[in-house]
Design a protein around this ligand. Sequence first.
Ligand SMILES: C[S@@+](CC[C@H](N)C(=O)[O-])C[C@H]1O[C@@H](n2cnc3c(N)ncnc32)[C@H](O)[C@@H]1O
Length: 366
Amino acid sequence: MPRPSRTPARPSSGKNPSSGGGKFSHRPSDYRTRQPAHEYELEVLPGLEEVAATELSGAKLARDQRGLRFWYPGDPERLTRLRSAVAVYRVKAWDVPRPRGLLGHQQLGELTDFLHQVAEVGGHRSFRLSAAGKESGVMQRLAEELQSGLELPHDPQEGELLIRLRPETGGPGWEVLARLTPRPLSARAWRECNMGGGLNATIAYAAHKLAGQRDEDRIFNPMCGSGTLMIERALMGPYDALVGVDISPDAVACTQQNLRAARRQIEVAQVDALETGLPARSFDLIIADLPWGDAIGNHRSNNILYPRFLEEMHRLISKHGRLCVITHELRLFETVLREQDRWNARELFQVYSGGHHPKAYLLGKK
Ligand SMILES: C[S@@+](CC[C@H](N)C(=O)[O-])C[C@H]1O[C@@H](n2cnc3c(N)ncnc32)[C@H](O)[C@@H]1O
């Protein structure tokens, strides 16, 4: 087994990404006396809205049929560091009956200014349009006008500044959404290696937030795969110790590559999580994304793995320790919990992602 790594000294800013300045609101009028607020739309995996609202300083996000909206008067750079959202878009509506109206002299000027501001925040190097009928003559004209107005190349496939056009929510006009960052926020910069069955990083962030972060935690991530849970935790702040294992050498190599990209020195070992040989009560937080029985493992092997996993984690966890489990094998997991009858368990969230609807549970010893 590798030696659990301890948290390096706090980053010099000492800032948790979620604790930056700035206030959020769903009521623009609150900010009449401050700098003008802009409207944003947040794309969040269904099930993680509460975590996202907490990350946005607890403000209520206004939900309409299209998404989660909020007004923000502060530095938009802060929004580019959100970790619970898939993407964040600045939104502006134009009182035009159809997209052709955006080609009017005034509208085009306003649209170009609006997109310029977003590109200044995100440093985008190209743009693309996303709209129904994006091959139409109007859209092609718009792309040409924006190409010269923004001085950015139009790249219909890979353009970094994603510009979405759609009928205005609850209004007669059209609205434009511009993604603040060149890549989705959920596509983490540290992810150089991907694996089938890799967890969406926003789910890993949410699981850690709800399982609790404590500076004194000794943390174990069995079955680490590509390292999503470990790396997200390492980026969230101090802990006492952190160690990960996976039975697959490819997974260990993948985690190591991602750790290097994240500039975190945490040892990972190719070890069977059920046979670590570690002493009892070694950890205060064990967090695991178990094989779901499709991309990784199968239902038959999970019937054997799940009860053994829960038994061994019961041994490894401290008296008041927390075990956080993410799984899509809901029936199996809940059956084993009932049969073993040695855990207090509660559901943290259920999230919808890529056609799956896994749950995260938090367990403590009875
Ligand atoms: C769902 S994947 C984890 C994915 C990971 N959360 C990520 O984001 O990449 C489950 C992992 O469990 C590992 N695994 C299965 N049985 C194991 C065992 N007995 N000990 C350690 N790892 C195991 C598999 O190799 C696989 O990498």
